[in-house]
Write a protein that binds this ligand. Structure first.
Ligand code: SF4
Length: 323
């Protein structure tokens, strides 16, 4: 079994809700509420769920772009939750993010060369000449050309901009890339090109990915394992093949019913997801999914199901599998 690169233990992020004239805390949004998982070196873990399930917050917590309320993050045998801002800045060389909207995350007033050179300057990598060479090389690696270096982000298509976002993330030769909906803003025809590029880069640079998406269809091809999140918690985690062939949690089944699965062995459920995701500031009692679950039982309304390993490597939080 390959080595663990990232270990997350009981990770929580509760955002305070303030109200009244004195702006006192009147509640909290439990965006992430007790996540524990590991990511092995070289694997891709897909994290999936509807918007508001906490998946993007999870990505930002792991890179400490936001601070956790509770829990541990151990990256490459080092507990990073305890690192100072300065130590964390150095460590960010090893873990980079790719964002959904490359246009918003690329400075419109900077040339591509400047955008790609910046992480090298921040981390003190190379002199001016060496940095320019690294930028030229990286442009080729992500399928752009060296003449693109002098252009500005608005001069590129959406797919090309995402290639620039990926190039920027790779400049410091990170070990872990957290890609937060990296293809959601792109046309379907361009999505597969960017996904193929990410797969090729993973092999070339031995990268480990956390791939966040709202759609189980998108992560299927790229993920070794998939975690499904609902209201700040994991409800199912399994290797990719098993999850798509034999989804256990009613929420996963409903998500799968919404995407076309080109697999003759997969028998599609007709359970489509109905209703909105409840507010994480006032989550339902018991199983948080019970207000939308077609298989809800009495116990589901009062008792929260444990996240348990039902089959080897296949975890689920659902009373349907209580012994
Ligand atoms: Fe549905 Fe109950 Fe399972 Fe929750 S625990 S997913 S409500 S069957």
């Amino acid at each position: 079994m390959s080595e663990t690169l990232l270990q997350v233990e009981n990770l929580k992020k509760h955002f305070p809700i303030k109200g009244g004239i004195l702006q006192k805390q009147v509640g909290e949004v439990k965006a992430v509420d007790g996540l524990s998982f590991v990511v092995k070196k070289g694997e891709t873990l897909g994290i999936v769920g509807e918007s508001g399930c906490g998946k993007s917050t999870t990505g930002r917590l792991i890179t400490r772009l936001i601070e956790p309320t509770e829990g541990k993050i151990i990256f490459d045998n080092q507990e990073i939750t305890k690192l100072s801002t300065n130590e964390m800045r150095k460590l960010r060389r090893e873990m980079q993010m790719v964002f959904q909207d490359p246009f918003a995350s690329l400075n419109p007033r900077h040339t591509v060369e400047k955008i790609l050179e910046e992480p090298l300057i921040v981390h003190g990598i190379g002199n001016t000449k060496e940095r320019k060479k690294l930028v030229q090389e990286m442009l080729e690696v992500v399928g752009l050309s060296s003449y693109h270096a002098k252009r500005y982000p608005h001069q590129f298509s959406g797919g090309q901009r995402q290639r620039i976002g990926i190039a920027r993330a790779l400049m410091t030769k990170p070990k872990l890339i957290i890609a937060d909906e990296p293809v959601s803003a792109l046309d379907v025809s361009i999505q597969s090109q960017v996904l193929n590029l990410l797969e090729d880069l993973q092999k070339e640079f031995q990268l480990t990915y956390i791939f966040i998406a709202h759609d189980l269809g998108v992560v299927r091809h790229i993920s070794d394992r998939v975690a499904v999140m609902y209201l700040g918690r994991m409800v199912e985690l399994s290797d990719s093949e098993n999850l798509y062939k034999k989804p256990l949690h009613p929420y996963t089944r409903a998500l799968l019913a919404a995407v076309p699965i080109p697999d003759p062995d997969y028998v599609k459920e007709d359970t489509l997801l109905t209703g909105d995701i409840p507010s994480p500031s006032n989550p339902p009692t018991g199983c948080a999914f019970h207000t939308r679950c077609s298989e809800c039982m009495e116990i589901c309304k009062t008792d929260r199901p444990d996240f348990r390993e039902i089959e080897s490597g296949h975890y689920v939080a659902c009373h349907l599998y209580d012994k």
